[in-house]
Design a protein around this ligand. Structure first.
Ligand code: HEM
Length: 443
């Protein structure tokens, strides 16, 4: 049996393909290796590019930073669209008739996946729509700090604050996430993400996640039926409803798509907010520098400096980030005349190329604004005196989360009231390679 497997493996591996690795038990050992070693598996692999032969599919892993721009130009050959169609069906559970529309011509410009991405991007690109989202989210965060409790579990608290600000800015006052049952269901759905996407016995192995998906879907259906979109919802939320409806996608399936899509809004934003606050307040040097920065009348040169924590191969590459890659430097992304420039291609927190996160400006602005308001208004001190998170654990989302909570005191620095306003509306931040090249073109 083993010999047949080996023969199949050898016969179906083209010479032009990258070297197949970890194939000592054909089709199974890569799964075992990735499952047992987790994120460390790819980090330890010393090859620039290699193939993992999985049951029924191949994974090409690219570790060499210099290959990334070449790959990103292959927008059709390396399209994300077929994966999106799988996410619609397996993760979001859209119906067969809806899938016929949503899965049509997946790699073509007129296909649903491409068009819905354009509609989504319109709502999030720098300009009036993004300004509207940012000003709403930041006002909500600022107002909430007026009534901040004096003692909180910081991961839970920061996650809740940013979840409510993000979803309320997107969906308006009738935000389905106002309902605690929806918030609880969100975490269950997120926990079942991988099991649902694989599609292996979901009704048995992801029972809770399926129940949670129904709760969130029902909440979105109610929201649409009660005209939540007509009551202060963002262009992003409205476009993601109107485009599928215009093609004949049933409203139940639009609700399923949005229930699943809510993960994109907050799954990364929540841990990114926590780590931003953690790194600022746990280190007196960082705290001092950041406070001075936000007190300055024009604090503009901080783009992207918050999203440093990610365990991908690129983010741990000494070639891309220098030998101190494993240390946290709050000024790593700040441009300085005497400092060598980082290779922007190696920054992958928001993806890149055709799958670049359209929410990066929104997420970065609201997280930085939240951190800035807290810096100005509060001191944060751990109740036990220790900032230890007992390391961290990997999650389904791109970000690590702390292994344990930290009880902290939120100590108001004075009794002043703070009003937020944006001094330079419509201005994009340089976050990814694509933004950087845009800035070069504009200059
Ligand atoms: C720190 C916060 C965030 C991080 C780190 C992040 C990261 C990412 C990444 C890596 C991708 C690409 C996934 C892939 O390669 O397929 C992505 C896609 C996406 N993100 Fe984000 N994201 C964040 C916040 C947001 C927010 C706040 C929104 C919306 C308001 C958003 C909307 C989206 C959408 C719609 C896509 C899919 C784009 C497509 O299919 O082309 N993200 N995000």
């Amino acid at each position: 049996m083993m010999h047949i497997d080996l023969a199949v493996l050898a016969f179906t591996q083209d010479k032009r393909e990258p070297l197949s690795v970890e194939d000592w038990i054909p089709f199974l050992s890569p799964v075992i290796a990735m499952g047992s070693k987790g994120a460390k598996f790819h980090k330890r692999m010393r090859l620039a590019i290699y193939t993992l032969r999985l049951p029924g599919s191949r994974l090409y892993i690219v570790n060499d930073t210099s290959l990334i721009p070449v790959l990103q130009r292959q927008v059709r050959t390396l399209s994300i669209s077929p994966i999106m169609v799988r996410i619609f069906s397996h993760f979001m559970g859209v119906s067969r008739p809806a899938l016929d529309i949503m899965g049509r011509d997946p790699v073509e410009d007129h296909g649903f996946v491409h068009e819905i991405t354009l509609e989504t991007v319109k709502g999030l690109a720098p300009g009036l729509n993004l300004d509207d989202l940012n000003s709403k989210a930041v006002s909500i965060l600022n107002a909430s700090l007026e009534h901040a409790p004096s003692r909180v579990k910081i991961f839970q608290w920061a996650s809740h604050e940013i979840m409510m600000a993000t979803t309320s800015a997107v969906y308006g006052p009738q935000n389905p996430f106002n309902d605690p049952a929806v918030r609880a269901a969100y975490y269950k759905l997120e926990g079942g993400l991988l099991t649902l996407v694989t599609g292996f016995l979901p009704s048995l192995l992801a029972k809770e996640a399926l129940k949670a998906r129904r709760v969130i879907t029902e909440a979105f259906l109610k929201y649409y039926a009660e005209n939540g979109l007509g009551n202060g919802a963002s262009v992003y939320a409205r476009n993601r409803y109107h485009y599928p409806i215009s093609l004949g996608v049933p409203v139940e399936d639009v609700a399923r798509m949005e229930a699943g899509g809510s993960l994109g809004l907050i799954s990364n934003t929540m841990p990114a907010t926590f780590w931003t606050l953690y790194h600022i307040f746990s280190d007196p040097v960082v705290l001092k520098d950041c406070r001075e920065e936000v007190k300055r009348p024009s604090a503009r040169e901080r783009g992207g400096s918050t999203v440093l924590i990610r365990s991908t191969v690129q983010h741990s590459s000494p070639t891309a980030w220098s030998q101190d890659v494993d240390e946290f430097h709050h000024d790593r992304f700040i441009k300085q005349a005497n400092k060598a420039k980082n290779n922007p291609v190696a920054f992958r927190a928001f993806g890149g190329g055709a799958t670049l996160c359209p929410g990066r400006h929104f997420a970065s602005t609201e997280i930085l604004a939240f951190a800035s308001i807290i810096l100005l208004r509060f001191d944060i001190k751990p109740v036990t005196g220790s900032w230890s998170t007992e390391f961290y654990k990997e999650t389904n989302a791109a970000f690590r989360v702390p292994n344990c909570e930290i009880d902290v005191q939120l100590i108001p620095r004075d009794t002043r009231k703070w009003h937020m306003f944006f001094s330079e509306p419509g201005k994009p931040m340089e976050i990814s390679t694509e933004d950087t090249s845009l800035a070069f073109k504009e200059a």
